[in-house]
Ligand binder design. Structure first.
Ligand SMILES: [Zn+2]
Length: 301
């Protein structure tokens, strides 16, 4: 009897793992992920129910886009603020506080499983004081947008403001970008590493306050085989990230090399040989009058 049960169990698990994702299931994530976030925010689901729905969605995405690799020591990113590098990350990376984080329970507060990445904006108009221009937010990796908010209103109590969630098709995790001024992508859209997805802004209850310095709030969640999320400290990755100076060459960025490797492993056709101009990989030179991040007191939201 036990043997029969084990057999049936294995059979069911096997069936589950090999079944293809249907377009309907995929659309269920694209059209349903934001609703899940809203339901969590409005306490319409218990944490257990929310986790179950999240897990279902993540397993659909994992099947639809099997990760080409995930090695936490080798993840290579495009730095998410165009023209900036890791020195813009608040507090030398000390702003990352994962303890107590629960995506499914809004009642749990106090954690900050994220890095805040700051620009120079003394008059808080969301323009870089050095250039007078807005700062582009670039996708750190290749992925699929699964939720966006672009309608945050001043005075709203929602903390994320205008945000983007992207399923990372290279590493099989989730990126969350918050507080943007303007969003340029929509759920269902495929993005490449280095693609311009938004402008840094001050949307969100705390981020809009005069006490907050203008920044991007960014989280990465690793998704395990059961579809559970685990925040990851991305500071090491951000230190290694490529600074992009021109979004028009985004598609030539480094992850192409990784795709090429994955393709070779799968013995499929090699990618065409694309070479990015060297300027795309050049690090920005330190700007003489720039204060180190540590010397200024940073407020986050
Ligand atoms: Zn933050």
């Amino acid at each position: 009897m036990i043997k029969l049960f084990v057999f049936c169990f294995n059979f069911l698990v096997f069936q589950k793992d090999t079944s293809a994702v249907t377009y309907k299931e995929y659309l269920g994530v694209i059209n349903g992920y934001k609703q899940l976030l809203v339901d969590i925010r409005e306490y319409k689901l218990t944490p257990v129910q929310a986790r179950e729905r999240f897990q279902e969605m993540m397993l659909v995405m994992k099947k639809a886009f099997p990760a080409t690799r995930y090695d936490s020591t080798k993840v290579h990113l495009c730095f998410p603020l165009m023209g900036f590098d890791f020195r813009a990350v608040g507090g030398y990376g000390s702003g990352y506080i994962p303890r107590g984080y629960d995506l499914f329970d809004q009642a749990k507060k106090g954690s900050h499983p994220a890095h805040d990445i700051f620009m120079k904006d003394k008059n808080q108009d969301s323009r870089d004081d050095r250039t007078g221009d807005y700062v582009s937010v670039l996708s750190t990796t290749n992925g699929v947008v699964i939720a966006t908010e672009n309608g945050w209103q001043t005075g709203s109590e929602y903390r994320g403001g205008n945000y983007i969630w992207i399923y990372d098709t290279t590493n099989g995790g989730l990126w969350y970008y918050a507080h943007q001024r303007e969003i340029y992508v929509k759920a269902g859209q495929v993005v490449r590493a280095g693609q311009k997805i938004a402008l840094v802004g001050r949307t969100g209850f705390n981020a809009a306050m005069p006490r907050s310095d203008t920044h991007l709030h960014m989280t990465y969640l690793r998704i395990d085989e059961e579809g559970n999320p685990f925040p990851v400290n991305t500071y090491g990755w951000l230190k290694q990230a490529t600074t992009l100076l021109d979004p028009r060459i985004a598609i030539d960025l480094e992850p192409i090399t990784m795709l090429r490797k994955a393709e070779i492993q799968q013995k499929s056709k090699p990618m065409p040989d694309i070479k990015a101009p060297k300027t795309a990989f050049r690090r920005i030179e330190p700007i003489a009058d720039e204060e180190p991040v540590k010397s200024r007191r940073r407020r986050r939201g």
